[in-house]
Design a protein around this ligand. Structure first.
Ligand code: HEM
Length: 466
């Protein structure tokens, strides 16, 4: 139950999962390992345990996230903002996603390069989608400093170093009041994050004021994420302009790279597997031949199986952290053997214990996904292989969007954005691997693809076919 390894091996291996997935096979779905300065971390990928930790008031966000997200009545805010993320709301964003997807096609058409870094194209597209759908305006109408700082934050998160991980771990030792002060330290990353938050709030405030003014003038309300709560009878009572504007920073950070990188990993899998690519393209062409208006993306079995498989194998938030806020006991779905040889189906933990929600490991458990759990195989979602039963996350029985009260607010938004972009790109282009293709996956705030030079990106050969 206690591997001979440490936090740096876990988070910064040569290839993500080198240690994590080996330890999963060796030690099972619950084990402890040493974090920085010898502090124990409990790694959990047992489904019952994950469900318990994600939903129980005995656990809160881990110290790194907690120092960024504070000062809000989380549940109240979530309930009010959710109006902009329901299935009905997200359906209204479809034309905007289609416009963003068309822009990627135009850029691919204009490129004469032999191979193109699809990752950076998708990052820009994901930013455009959030700008249009959340703030209600195209990226070019946003403040230039704000656009630049979001790119800078992206670059910062692409360069997670051993010292940064050590700094995060040390922050975890500090009492909560001191951790919050630590965010105000004059380090490069703290300054960048503070500036992004302040520019995002300013931009959010501007967007909210424009919407309030439009409503005052009797103009038709828009259907974007910020307009919907402002115009909903239930939400407008409980939300202030500042409450809404204050969410801009976290939405920009949480919604962009996660979606873009999942898509980039998915395109690499398609480039590796021309047969799968052809089958998916056939489904897309058959659907689009009925007309491009009101496309029922949810009724495309292979497309949705492919998206689920991309989320399963490449969960871009692979191990979020929680901390026990009181002594508690975590239930397990199956008995495990302790170092003493004793068998148990519950793990007692002390207040202050750091726990990693092993989303990536859970999604490779052979007991849950079969002997080929490590293999990228979308057909598992169509041939009855996937375990049916209690769903522990909001989408399929995946945990890529986490679970419980902190579940990703934008999961439906992300799924529809991916459906639309994949249909547009695969409908018109074929993707293949360049001869010298290398894909390394690293964790730096999110899972991200890294090219042969060690930079974030994944070049693919792209050919227009229609
Ligand atoms: C494939 C794409 C995405 C993935 C894999 C993903 C994953 C996640 C995960 C795992 C969490 C919870 C982290 C934790 O438990 O510590 C989260 C939270 C969140 N996500 Fe996403 N996300 C995605 C896309 C989006 C999009 C498109 C948006 C918005 C436009 C968004 C908005 C949020 C917000 C606001 C939270 C914080 C929720 C809260 O604290 O209540 N996400 N996301």
């Amino acid at each position: 139950m206690a591997p001979q390894g440490n936090m740096l091996q876990f988070v910064l291996p040569p290839q993500i999962g080198d240690y994590e997935f080996a330890w999963l096979k060796l030690y099972g779905p619950v084990y402890r390992f040493k974090g920085c300065l010898g502090k124990n971390r409990l790694m959990v990928s047992d489904p019952t345990a994950l469900q318990y930790i994600a939903n129980s008031p005995d656990f809160e966000l881990g110290p790194t996230l907690d120092s960024l997200v504070h000062g809000l009545d989380h549940q109240q805010l979530r309930a009010a903002l959710n109006v902009g993320f329901t299935a009905a709301a997200v359906r209204q964003y479809q034309p905007t996603f289609e416009k963003v997807a068309q822009t990627i096609s135009d850029k691919l058409d204009q490129s004469e390069a032999l191979s193109i870094d699809v990752c950076s194209l998708l990052s820009v597209a994901a930013f455009d989608a959030i700008s249009e759908v959340v703030l209600g305006c195209p990226t070019e109408n946003l403040d230039a400093d704000f656009v630049k700082i979001n790119l800078d934050v992206m670059h910062l998160s692409s360069s997670q170093s051993a010292s940064q991980i050590l700094a995060d771990a040390i922050t975890g030792f500090l009492p909560r009041w001191l951790r919050r002060l630590a965010v105000n330290l004059p380090t490069k990353s703290s300054k960048l994050i503070r500036t992004q938050a302040s520019l995002a709030t300013r931009e959010g405030r501007r967007a909210v004021r424009e919407k309030i003014e439009a409503a005052r003038q009797g103009l038709d309300p828009s259907d974007d994420v910020y307009s919907l709560p402002l115009n909903s009878e239930d939400s407008k009572e409980s939300l202030s302009t500042e409450d809404i504007a204050g969410q801009t920073s976290i939405i920009m950070i949480a919604g962009g790279e996660t979606t873009a990188n999942t898509l980039a990993f998915g395109l690499v899998e398609l480039a590796k597997n021309p047969e799968l690519q052809d089958s998916l393209r056939a489904e897309i062409h058959a659907t689009l031949s009925n007309g491009r208006r009101n496309i029922a993306y949810d009724n495309m079995p292979l497309l949705n199986a492919f998206i689920k498989e991309a989320l399963r194998i490449f969960p871009t938030v692979p191990f979020p952290e929680r901390v026990a806020v009181q002594d508690t006991t975590i239930p397990l779905s199956e008995e495990i053997t302790l170092k003493t040889g004793q068998r148990t189906d519950r793990i007692p933990v002390r207040k202050g214990q750091l726990v990693m929600l092993g989303i990536a490991s859970y999604q490779r458990l052979e007991s849950r996904w079969g002997d080929d759990a490590d293999k990228f195989r979308p057909s598992r979602w169509l041939d009855g292989t996937v375990h049916q039963g209690e769903a522990i996350g909001p989408y399929a029985n995946l945990l890529s969007f986490s679970g419980g009260p902190r579940t990703c607010l934008g999961s439906r938004f992300a799924v529809m954005e991916m459906q639309v972009i994949l249909c547009e790109l695969l409908g018109k282009f074929s993707f293949s691997l360049p001869v010298d293709h290398v894909l390394r996956i690293r964790f730096a705030a999110t899972l991200q693809p890294v090219d042969a030079t060690g930079n974030k990106g994944t070049p693919l050969c792209v050919k227009r076919i229609l």
